[in-house]
Write a protein that binds this ligand. Sequence first.
Ligand code: ITT
Length: 186
Amino acid sequence: MTDLTFVSTNPGKFREVEAVLRPYGIRTRWTRRSLPEPQVETLEEVVDAKLDAVRDLKGWVLVEDSGLFIPSLKGFPGVYSAHFLKIWKFGPIYELLARRDRRAYFRTVAGVAHGRRRWTFVGEVRGSIAPKPKGRHGFGYDPIFVPAGWDRTFAEVPAASKNAISHRARAVAKVGEAFARGRLAR
Ligand code: ITT
């Protein structure tokens, strides 16, 4: 059994990460801590700043940063997804998309650290913005995101269905596989 500490303010993320890592024999504990999110251009830079802020934690540490990217809005809200949602909710996205292409994707960058060593893993899922928000599961932008090939939003399906294909699950499964193959040497 490997023990890993996941640092985030978001309980929804923790539940998803814990479920993905369990089959790899990884026991995930949650440390709720608000980490700096500098106004930078990429999720990778945010993850680097988050890992800098957890250097005091011992053992294996996992952080991640995610965003919803809408190419017809030049990638917005992207790295600003958290700020944008807190202030504006979904309204402006629907106004902006009234005459634009609704395709969107979620992206997660997961960062693992042990002492001074770091590894990053990326996961994405493609889809589109739903005609209107629907569903009560999940969190954040889940009610407005319909994965490609689905006719329901992430918020309309149980957690296990989201975890079968989500950006976070894909990035975090790569973490699990790297552990399983012994690729994360301390
Ligand atoms: P941290 O403490 O881990 O940073 P956070 O919720 O602030 O938690 P992010 O900055 O990574 O996390 O998330 C950016 C925004 O995107 C935030 O509003 C999330 O609710 C939303 N988001 C992230 N992953 C999501 C997912 O799987 N489904 C829907 N919305 C998501």
